[in-house]
Design a protein around this ligand. Sequence first.
Ligand code: HEC
Length: 189
Amino acid sequence: MSTLKIARIVQLPPLLLASLLFSFSSLTTPLAHADSTASTPSPMGKPLDTGSITRLAPNIYPNGQGLPDGMGLAKNGSVLYQAHCANCHGSKGEGATAQGLIGGDGPLSAHDADKTILTYWPYATTLIDTIARSMPPAAPGHLSADELYSLCAYLLAENGLWARDQPMGPKELAAIVMPNRNGFIRKFP
Ligand code: HEC
């Protein structure tokens, strides 16, 4: 094969690419133009306002930073749990279609370890974060801060980590020391 032919073959892909890019841009330019001058917003959803972003994606850290203001009671949490959670997690938190939220058997070193909130989770603040951002799955982000604290108070009380009649707020939740708090090896400082 001559040097010229090799050069042609090697050059073909960039040429193809260029012509493809050209036809693509000639297709997209009018659309982009129409978009930037459009007075009506796109029919595909709507931009999230800051309030919705905070509601749907709270930034709650293990040490309690970012916890919402609020206060809840286990007895209210119990009612909320039966109404919004029991269907999937079981009426006593024993698990149904979704995993159990109350109880759990050790040891964690077992081959089929039972990794539950009680046996595995190192921080109680993860509980409010998980519920706030994802539960119930059909309507995440719709529970008020008081409802969230009530659910946490209920689940933690049922797990023997909280006194049932004690009001729970951000300070109390962050102060709870979970049984497996020191069961993790910190890889980064
Ligand atoms: C429609 C079923 C459904 C309902 C209702 C529901 N959950 Fe869940 N929940 C799930 C599923 C499925 C998972 C597992 C999600 C995953 O692992 O990604 C889960 C996971 C969780 C977890 C994490 C458990 C773990 O050990 O990792 C918590 C905590 C939780 N749900 C709390 C609640 C609370 C509180 C409510 C009521 C406000 C609720 N859920 C309602 C289906 C449900």
